[in-house]
Design a protein. Structure first.
Length: 274
């Protein structure tokens, strides 16, 4: 089954070996540099859409589970998000005029709290009027930098759950840092036995629908688990986000950031700790 058919049928798809080992090594070095910046900040820091999510660590070294929009200042990561291979993968699904609403790095250090509760990404597409046709205009992508296995806290998914649209999953708690529970699935009418693990090797790419139910657990492996997530949308169906491709051609970032999810972008764009 090709990735387009798999995506439409199951709500997710895996494409193997999209980026070469040499490319992955270069991307990994850029990701490590961003991680070091987060550690140096020591606490959560924002500059416009660029956001370092930083938490205290048990050993005294800060933990950086996530950074949003590192591409504003990291040329390597910026080039990756505009790589023409994304158009080849996405055009059959959502066309060649694409905006980007997610540019995000995730780390799971061995043994560190890195859970993501069961959720649908549609939960975060607010306000509703700005994000239209979620079921067929948006695709989330993830590039594996390290082995993505059950031991390292791989994403867990419910195949076919995208067909049901928005579900009554618990939204009372934060997704990041909250464990997946079978009770949360049952409350939404989902059989926990349907869960699958998304296993990836470095350079593999996963695609998934904003309505696909997914989460992930703690990293019990002996290595870091790095994941580079970029979310794209058919431009006519979204009033927010940075342009990524017009007619299949990459569009560089402009001099001023676009409104994405940070509502106070115009009122407080300056660097500040959160």
């Amino acid at each position: 089954m090709d990735h387009v058919a798999q995506y439409r049928e199951r709500g997710y798809a895996v494409v193997r070996g999209v980026f070469t080992p040499d490319e992955v090594a270069r991307i990994a070095a850029a990701i490590d540099a961003v991680h070091a910046e987060g550690v140096a900040h020591g606490r959560s820091f924002r500059h416009g859409n660029l956001f370092y999510n930083v938490r205290p660590g048990d050993t005294g070294t800060p933990i950086v589970p996530m950074v949003q929009w590192p591409s504003y200042h990291n040329a390597v990561l910026d080039a990756v998000r505009l790589d023409p291979r994304w158009v080849a993968l996405l055009a059959p699904l959502i066309g060649g005029d694409l905006k980007q609403i997610i540019n995000q790095l995730h780390w799971k250090a061995p043994g560190a709290l890195g859970d993501f509760a069961w959720h649908q990404d549609s939960r975060f597409r607010k306000p509703d009027a700005a994000y239209r046709n979620l079921g067929d205009a948006y695709v989330q992508t993830g590039l594996a930098i390290d082995p993505h296995t059950p031991a390292s806290g791989a994403m867990r998914m419910i195949p076919d759950s995208h067909r049901n649209g928005p579900l009554a999953l618990d939204t009372a708690t934060e997704v990041l840092g909250t464990e997946m529970t079978d009770d949360a699935l049952r409350a939404a009418g989902i059989d926990p036995a349907s869960v699958i693990d998304l296993e990836l090797e470095p350079g593999d790419v996963a695609l998934w629908s904003p309505y696909l139910v997914h989460g992930s657990g703690r990293n019990t492996a002996d290595h870091q688990r790095r994941f580079y997530i970029n979310g794209y949308v058919r431009a006519t169906d979204c009033d927010r986000g940075e342009w990524a491709f017009r007619d299949g051609r990459p569009v560089p970032l402009g001099p001023e950031p676009a409104l994405v999810h940070y509502e106070a972008l115009r009122e407080r764009p300056e660097p500040h700790y959160v």
